[in-house]
Design a protein around this ligand. Sequence first.
Ligand SMILES: C[S@@+](CC[C@H](N)C(=O)[O-])C[C@H]1O[C@@H](n2cnc3c(N)ncnc32)[C@H](O)[C@@H]1O
Length: 267
Amino acid sequence: MTAYDQFDALLYDHHASGLEGDTAFYVEEAKQAGSGVLELGCGTGRILVPTAQAGVSIIGLDRAPAMLALAEQKLAALPPAVRDRVSLTHADMRDFQLDAALQLITVPYRAFLHLLTLKDQRRTLACIHRHLVPRGRLILDIFDPDIETLAAHSGPLGPVLKQDRIFQHPQTGRRIISWEARRYDLERQLLEQSTVFEEVDTEGRSLSRTHRSLTLRYVFRYEMRHLLELAGFRVEALYGDFQRGPFSHGGEQIWIARKVETERKPS
Ligand SMILES: C[S@@+](CC[C@H](N)C(=O)[O-])C[C@H]1O[C@@H](n2cnc3c(N)ncnc32)[C@H](O)[C@@H]1O
């Protein structure tokens, strides 16, 4: 599991640019909620900051101090009116305690897949359910596991790294080439991703290589639906992209779910 430490945080915005249209989508949903918005796994504020800039007050929660520190840094450069709309919390989405009436809780950019066990997934959904007002909404996106890709990459994680991105190091200004290898563990339903960040000089000579690994639990469509329903949510929509197109296999799963009150048993 990645720690999202200082190294990850520094490079995050430069290689994890999100999914097409995701920021606009989440900002729109937050505007519709109007107030009482919480983003779980807010990271460096990629979505949180534009949400506050659009006039919506939002709480950002993350368990990685280095990611939150970058979000703080971004906010510090913004007008006080924007800063005042944001509150950042260092906590774990599996077990958080906030004193707020929440209309909308979001878990953008596949952060839900960092929950590696069924127990963690259910704990998180229960915690979200507890924090939402009656009929409050949960919106999250995850990738839809593509069966052919899974089958093709289910062997051992080999030494073959595929070039992924080239970008500039935000501090040294040098070129960073990122290389990636993936493996799907079909028994444990895990995606194991290995990334090497290589810093090169102007001649293309390698100066340093930093290795990172990331493990995600991929979730199938009807598995996610069951998880949501078992946790007391009614699914209102499943989109396949952030333009609200239909779901299709191997694309995205963008879930909009509404809290339903669980029946109280007579005492
Ligand atoms: C892929 S990043 C997404 C960041 C941001 N939402 C975005 O769209 O750019 C995932 C984030 O989830 C956070 N995260 C992972 N597991 C978490 C947990 N159990 N509780 C809180 N945050 C968590 C990580 O620290 C990281 O910042």
